[in-house]
Design a protein around this ligand. Structure first.
Ligand code: FDA
Length: 394
């Protein structure tokens, strides 16, 4: 079989790129080892697909060169993808922070992408072995039959959630052609803790802190996220934790403010003046979930009444609530990570076409590239933007 373009991976980036290439008259074959295309889209955003974010800017992406993403994001940005969504009649809504979700099931986005690439061949349930450069293009060995193509687009995504089809195939292809890789690690992932911390966290499993702040400092740079934090049997999860996990490294400390914006010492002083006979834990539970309030009162050594706690004690409680230093020991890994940090180094790719500088005709798009977005629709936008850009060039 001979086509103009072979796209490896029928995820967000691959499907969108296929549509653009078909629109430009190219013959396209998409190869996918899962039985169905777009599996991550299907389960994304709690089944509603957070398909973009209106606030895309360089600082919302992690990469050795965050500016690399700007060219593609500028040429095909959130408004452009939203226009496609609206043209397809898909109802959507905005949540906090510019996050856009479908009103209905995420499968509408998959259906839109498949309609957009009508005319392309899609081989699901098909694996590929190797990609070999020939004089005029590439030969790709697949489990169906050999394919020849003028161009190959690698859109195999990251390593996150292997049971959904994630593989390291794209990284292996890049390495095989001598492209540099930025070391990969799980990101947007729950953090785990050692037994000592788990002893107090585990009984709180299921408890949420809806307006927490998590901060992390590396050298002089401080990154913090205001969002919910959730206690789990293994440690901490929730949006603020997933966000900070992309910045955290082994050995680093994170600082948890359990109730950002609340002045705990001032609140407790007020209560001490009016309800001094209240137990410390009861007073704290006006700010925090009860189980957590009880734990913090115990941890600070206050089992009695509020009236017996001196100002210095209230300040100690305030620091526990607003600046609790925690040292995660690890993360839940690729099993639950939403994305993979690192990947094909951007310096090896042309930012307009996503073509490898040293291998004409070979393109890398989406998560396999060293560009990783924050939680909130940024990663799909990266898939659309990079898929669109490569689609104009293949
Ligand atoms: P993607 O992973 O989508 O596609 C790669 C494809 O290649 C897969 O279909 C895979 O099976 C296939 N493949 C891999 N190896 C292969 C091989 N050897 N042979 C054949 N095929 C192969 N982002 C966001 O912006 N908003 C959101 O709401 C969410 N929600 C979300 C929820 C969950 C649970 C996860 C795990 C992730 C998200 N994300 C997200 C992240 C988002 O899903 C992700 O960044 C994009 O899907 C990346 O798009 P790609 O096309 O690059 O990879």
């Amino acid at each position: 079989m001979q086509v103009d373009v072979v796209i490896l991976g029928a995820g967000a980036a691959g499907l969108f790129c296929a549509g653009e290439a078909v629109r430009r008259g190219r013959s396209v074959l998409v190869i996918e080892h899962n039985a169905a295309p777009g599996e991550k889209i299907r389960i994304s955003g709690g089944g509603r697909c957070n398909f973009t974010n209106l606030n895309c800017s360089a600082e919302r992406f992690l990469s050795q060169n965050p500016r690399f993403a700007l060219s593609a994001l500028g040429r095909f940005g959130p408004a452009d993808f939203l226009a496609r969504v609206e043209a397809s009649g898909i109802a959507w809504h905005e949540k906090t922070g510019g996050q856009l979700f479908c009103d209905g099931p995420a499968t509408q986005i998959i259906a839109m992408l498949l309609r957009g690439m009508a005319g392309a061949a899609l081989w699901t349930g098909t694996s590929f072995a190797e990609v070999v450069k020939e004089d005029h293009g590439f030969a790709v060995q697949t489990s169906r039959r050999p394919v020849r193509a003028g161009r190959v687009v690698v859109a195999t995504g990251g390593k996150s959630i292997p049971k959904m089809g994630a593989s390291d195939a794209g990284y292996r292809i890049a390495a095989g052609f001598g492209l540099p890789l930025v070391p990969m690690r799980p990101a947007l992932v729950p953090l785990t803790f050692a037994e000592q911390e788990l002893a107090w966290m585990k009984p709180l499993a299921g408890t949420a802190l809806p307006s927490a702040r998590l901060s992390h400092r590396v050298n002089k740079r401080r990154q913090s996220f205001d969002d919910a934090v959730l206690f789990t049997h293994r440690g901490l999860s929730g949006p603020a934790v997933l966000q900070i996990s992309s910045y955290w490294r082994e050995g680093d400390m994170i600082v948890l403010d359990m109730s950002a914006g609340a002045g705990t010492a001032a609140r407790l002083r007020e209560l001490r003046a009016t309800r001094g006979r209240q137990a410390v834990a009861t007073a704290l539970s006006t700010i925090l979930p009860e189980r957590l309030a009880r734990h913090l009162a115990e941890r600070a050594g206050f089992s009695g009444n509020l009236a017996d706690v001196p100002n210095a004690g209230l300040e100690r409680l305030d620091r526990l609530v607003h600046a609790l230093e925690l040292r995660p020991v690890g993360s839940e890994g690729y099993r639950t990570a939403e994305v993979t940090l690192g990947g094909v180094a951007t310096e090896a790719l042309d930012p307009r076409s996503f073509e490898a500088r040293n291998v004409p005709g070979l393109h890398f798009i989406g998560e396999v590239v060293d560009v990783t977005g924050w939680l909130g629709g940024y990663n799909f936008q990266w898939a659309w933007s990079s898929g669109w850009a490569a689609g104009q060039a293949v």
